[in-house]
Design a protein around this ligand. Structure first.
Ligand code: SAM
Length: 307
């Protein structure tokens, strides 16, 4: 059963992420969101999950992995989300390795609205090879052929700091929207050296303040070691893993999960108000963005719950 407008604006996800395949062609050492063997999920199963997200009132959907471009039915899934389910935004994340002009044209036809391409630095290193030296040609393909918005996203802490700065500069020069993530550990908590913090300060000057990615939490986190907010994971933001389970985010799958197909309005409501012990040091930008509108609304902190 679908929710009414009032219900949606109270508790529904602004943004849901759906894992379409856990396998990735890369193995970035900072990432714990991939394996190198699992099969692509069945298209009909993914359509059911996407439909359920729509029924839960999700405004937009982001297809992730693993590496989504390894999924043979990605185009049909995008078409279904955009044209049949009519999400406000149908988006995806990729490491870009398989981008070709043909693939980009198929994504255009399917109706993709936003792509985030992850580029960590300039030269391949032991941590990551999703860098400018390997991906510059793919960026040119995007520049020439993409009808959708492109966001270039770097992770400060995965490469020598000056390379993170170069990624942002290149993204801007090519007319893409730059984004910066802070390296997090396996609990989603920030993990950066002094030099990396300095690089972050430089990058900050290069990104217009109006960009939503540049919320003040990153400054606060780096200055004080924590940046309290009211996390609405499980409500305003849903992460759906390959088993079809909803989690607050990719890093808390071991703390909270519930099958998507059994997820109800009551679950959205409960998780909207629930306090998450990891929230003060969270660096997951997507969760923070999705939670930001409701900062003024209540959250049940443990003392209140016990009272
Ligand atoms: C898990 S990947 C999935 C999509 C795709 N394979 C890619 O590389 O973009 C999604 C995003 O999470 C980021 N990510 C993974 N682990 C991270 C970490 N420990 N800290 C910060 N960002 C991380 C990646 O760099 C990428 O931008």
């Amino acid at each position: 059963m679908s929710l009414n407008t009032f219900q949606r604006f109270r508790f529904s996800p602004w943004f849901s992420q759906l894992v379409v395949i856990r396998r990735c062609n890369l193995s970035c050492t900072y990432c714990n969101e991939f394996d190198n063997s699992s099969e692509a999920l069945d298209l009909e199963l993914l359509k059911k999950r996407a439909k359920k997200l729509k029924q839960l009132g999700s405004f937009s959907i982001n297809l992730t992995g693993g590496e989504p471009t390894l999924h043979p039915d990605l185009f049909e899934l995008i078409r279904y989300c955009r044209q049949d389910l009519r999400f406000l935004r149908t988006t995806m994340i990729t490491n870009g390795f398989y981008l070709t002009p043909e693939l980009i044209k198929k994504l255009n036809q399917a109706g993709l609205q936003d792509m985030q391409i992850s580029i960590d630095g300039v030269k391949p290193n032991k941590v990551t090879i999703k860098v400018l030296d390997t991906l510059r040609e793919r960026l040119n393909y995007l520049k020439d052929h993409a009808d959708f918005n492109v966001v270039v996203s770097g992770v400060v802490g995965s490469c020598p700091p000056e390379e993170s700065v170069e990624v942002i500069r290149t993204a801007k020069d090519m007319g893409f929207k730059p984004r910066v993530l802070l390296l997090h550990d396996s609990d989603g908590q920030v993990k950066l050296s002094e030099e990396e913090l300095a690089a972050y300060q430089e990058i900050k000057k290069m990104i217009p303040k109006s960009f939503p990615e540049f919320t003040s939490y990153q400054d606060e986190m780096l200055e004080k070691g924590s940046a309290p907010f009211k996390c609405r994971g499980g409500s305003r933001y849903l992460y759906v893993d390959e088993f079809g389970k909803v989690a607050w985010c990719s890093q808390t799958r071991h703390i909270f999960s519930k099958p998507l197909m059994d997820y109800t309005y009551q679950d959205l409501k409960r998780e909207f108000y629930s306090y998450k012990s990891c929230q003060d040091q969270c660096t997951l930008g997507c969760v923070r963005s999705a939670s930001s509108v409701d900062g003024w609304r209540n959250q049940v902190v443990p003392e209140q719950a016990a009272a």
